[in-house]
Design a protein. Structure first.
Length: 377
């Protein structure tokens, strides 16, 4: 299999030759399983570290915006604070409320975190750098991200608490409302790209005009709505109505403690990273360089090292993700929490009508052949 041969070439770069020789003596089915597990580990370990250190970045960024230091005690300049937080939560007792459904109570955090991690199976980091090449990857991502709301609903219901249930209803209604706008935004990307494959969506944004070929320009309203809806989907400020302290204590996870609470916490930050990655792929060309296709800058790509920086690659994908993650943190430091009626009005009466209208506009663009599809194909 071509995929297996490529993976073995990748394996030779990571391990000694004798390990690869013994690996090739194994049955092909077992080789495939081992390679898949290794790839999952290569993706998950940096992802979980990123989730942990995003919490540190948030405290440092917001601290800088508010003219204070942020964490400084644990490790050099507070660099080990996420590790200290994780160790503390590991040793804290998980208290299950009297009358709670124990099985569902402990399952809910996993339902929130699982989809955020499983979606990375189809996320392309670069040209051909993806765990699973799925033609219907966009549908897979939509289906998985929709499952996360069940974790929220089950958490509040299984706690047997009126406060948790009230926070659940508000949070679930918000997630469902903004998920519709997000779905319509992705339909616009699907129409423009003519494919459900995330790699094809990125490649459809390549052309001789570099960043001017990215979908963020012709689909700008959908781009803005998708990202803002992503902020609302993750229950981040200013859409964190589930944590309105003066009204409903701490939302759907008010009765959670220890690692059960930590998993909810990790799910929020994992979803932030996922939304940032999807926004970069759908609207900002994924791993494509901003000067991709510009004949004027072609000479830059032939210069050693500088050519690697300015050429297409995984570093551009991570750089674009970093921009959106910074916006998540900036929003929290800047905007006050919205009232619940304002949030619902924005989702239903503003975002959804705009996305529907712009889908018609995108359809006209395609008929005119502006995206290389339809009448101009």
């Amino acid at each position: 299999m071509e995929w297996l041969n490529t993976s073995i070439d990748w394996l030779t770069l990571l391990f000694q030759d004798w390990i690869v020789v013994y690996f090739l003596m194994l049955p092909e089915a077992l080789q495939t399983v081992i390679l898949i597990v290794l790839k999952i580990v290569v993706i998950m370990v940096p992802l979980m570290l990123s989730v942990a250190y995003l919490t540190l970045a948030e405290r440092k960024v917001i601290g800088a915006m508010q003219v204070r230091m942020g964490p400084t005690i644990v490790g050099p300049r507070g660099s080990l604070q996420p590790i200290a937080d994780a160790v503390k939560l590991m040793f804290k007792e998980i208290i299950i409320p009297t009358g709670a459904n124990k099985y569902l109570f402990l399952t809910a955090p996993l339902l929130s975190l699982g989809p955020a991690l499983a979606a990375w199976a189809v996320i392309p980091f670069g040209e051909g750098i993806v765990l699973a090449e799925v033609n219907a990857a966009l549908l897979y991502v939509l289906a998985l991200t929709s499952v996360g709301v069940y974790g929220v609903i089950i958490a509040g219901w299984s706690s047997n608490s009126k406060y948790a249930l009230l926070g659940t209803m508000r949070s679930a209604a918000q997630i469902v409302s903004y998920e519709i706008a997000m779905g319509f935004s992705l339909v616009g990307v699907l129409i423009a790209a003519g494919s459900l494959n995330l790699g094809d969506i990125v490649n459809s944004q390549s052309g001789e005009y570099g960043l001017f070929n990215w979908f963020m320009i012709p689909l700008f309203p959908l781009f803005v709505i998708y990202f803002i809806s992503g902020v609302a989907e993750t229950n981040r400020a200013p859409f964190d109505v589930a944590e309105g302290e003066s009204e409903i204590v701490a939302g759907f996870h008010v009765d959670y403690s220890g690692m059960a609470f930590a998993v909810f916490f990790l799910a929020e930050y994992a979803n932030m990273i996922l939304i940032a990655a999807l926004t970069a792929i759908m609207f900002m060309g994924g791993w494509l360089s901003p000067i991709h296709g510009f004949s004027f800058f072609e000479y830059l790509t032939s210069i050693p090292f500088i050519g690697w920086i300015f050429g297409d690659g995984i570093h551009w994908f991570f750089a674009k993700m970093t921009i959106f993650l910074f916006l998540f943190l900036w929003f929290r430091a800047t905007f006050p929490r919205y009232r619940y009626d304002q949030i619902m009005r924005l989702g239903w009466k503003v975002f959804i009508p705009i996305t529907i209208v712009w889908l018609l506009v995108v359809g006209i663009f395609v008929l005119q052949g502006w995206f290389g599809l339809g009448g101009g194909a």
